[in-house]
Design a protein. Structure first.
Length: 256
C-alpha cells in the first residue's frame, strides 16, 4: 500500500496503528498467506516502523540513484535500509510524468535499491489504446516485459540480484474510478509472472496489480496475480481487511 501524499503525519500514524491491529489478528497474515507492506511519506517512515512492528514491512516512495553525496533533497537507499525499510517504490507513472523520470533513472534507482538490500516495487504499465484505456493485453505485456528488463539491466551488469515485486499498473487505470478489467489483468499478469519466474538473479520475485485496485478484485484475478498494490481504496482500514478476507478465502479454497 502506498499512501502517496494524501495523509498528514498524525493520520498516517493513526492509520498504521489500525493496520497493525488488523495484521495481528487476521489469519491471512498470521498464517503467512498474505504479506503486507506500507509505503508512507519520508518523514513518517520512523513512526510507521514503530506503529506497524515487525509484522508489516515499511518502505519508501522513492530513493536516490546514489548512496551518499551532495544531493540536496534526496534520500539514499543506504539510509532507508539503515532505518529499517524493506521495500522501495521505483518508476511509478507519477514520478515519470510529474518529475521527468526516464528509463535511465528507473534503471539506476532499481540498481540502488538492490545493492542496498531493498526490494524494489518496480512499477510498470502501458499508456493504453491510443492513450485512452484498455487495449490488447498481449501488447501491454510485451511493453511491460520491456520495462522490467530495462529496469533490471544495470543491476544485472553490476551483479546485484534479489527479490523484485513487479507492480503492474496500467497508466490509464491510475486514479480511475475502477481498475482494469479482470480478463485484462489476468492476461497481462500471467505473462509477467511467467517472465519473472525465468530471471535466475531475481529469485522469489512476484507480480502484483495496482491501478485503482479495490475490494472485490482479488477474488476475480487471484489465480494470476500474487497480490494487489493498494492506494486510495485502502484509506479505510476496513477495506484492507476485506481484501485480506479475500486472500484468506483464496488460500483456503486452494488447500481443499
Amino acid at each position: 500500500m502506498s499512501l502517496k501524499m494524501y495523509f498528514s503525519h498524525a493520520r498516517t500514524v493513526e492509520w498504521c496503528r489500525a493496520v497493525s491491529a488488523i495484521a495481528r489478528r487476521h489469519p491471512a497474515v498470521q498464517g503467512g498467506a498474505a504479506e503486507l507492506f506500507v509505503i508512507p511519506t519520508f518523514p513518517s517512515i520512523p513512526a510507521a516502523l514503530d506503529a506497524l512492528g515487525a509484522g508489516v514491512a515499511v518502505g519508501a516512495q522513492d530513493l536516490a540513484t546514489a548512496d551518499a553525496g551532495p544531493f540536496t533533497g534526496e534520500v539514499s537507499g543506504a539510509e532507508l535500509a539503515e532505518l529499517g525499510c524493506r521495500v522501495v517504490e521505483v518508476g511509478h507513472a507519477e514520478r515519470r510524468s510529474l518529475f521527468g523520470e526516464t528509463d535511465e533513472i528507473v534503471r539506476a534507482k532499481t540498481e540502488a535499491a538492490l545493492r542496498n538490500g531493498l526490494t524494489p516495487v518496480l512499477c510498470v504499465g502501458e499508456d493504453g489504446a491510443g492513450g485512452a484505456g484498455e487495449g490488447d493485453p498481449i501488447a501491454a505485456a510485451r511493453e511491460c516485459v520491456r520495462q522490467i528488463d530495462d529496469a533490471l539491466a544495470s543491476a544485472r551488469t553490476a551483479g546485484h540480484g534479489g527479490r523484485v515485486i513487479v507492480a503492474y499498473e496500467p497508466r490509464w487505470a491510475i486514479g480511475a474510478p475502477a481498475p482494469a478489467g479482470p480478463e485484462h489483468i489476468r492476461a497481462v499478469c500471467s505473462r509477467l509472472r511467467e517472465h519473472v519466474s525465468r530471471l535466475p538473479d531475481f529469485a522469489g520475485s512476484a507480480v502484483i496489480y495496482g491501478g485503482s485496485a479495490q475490494p472485490g478484485l482479488l477474488s476475480d484475478v487471484g489465480d494470476d496475480v500474487d497480490g494487489l498494490f493498494l492506494g486510495r481504496f485502502a484509506h479505510d482500514p476496513s477495506a484492507l481487511e476485506a481484501i485480506l478476507d479475500e486472500a484468506y478465502a483464496l488460500t483456503t479454497a486452494g488447500a481443499r
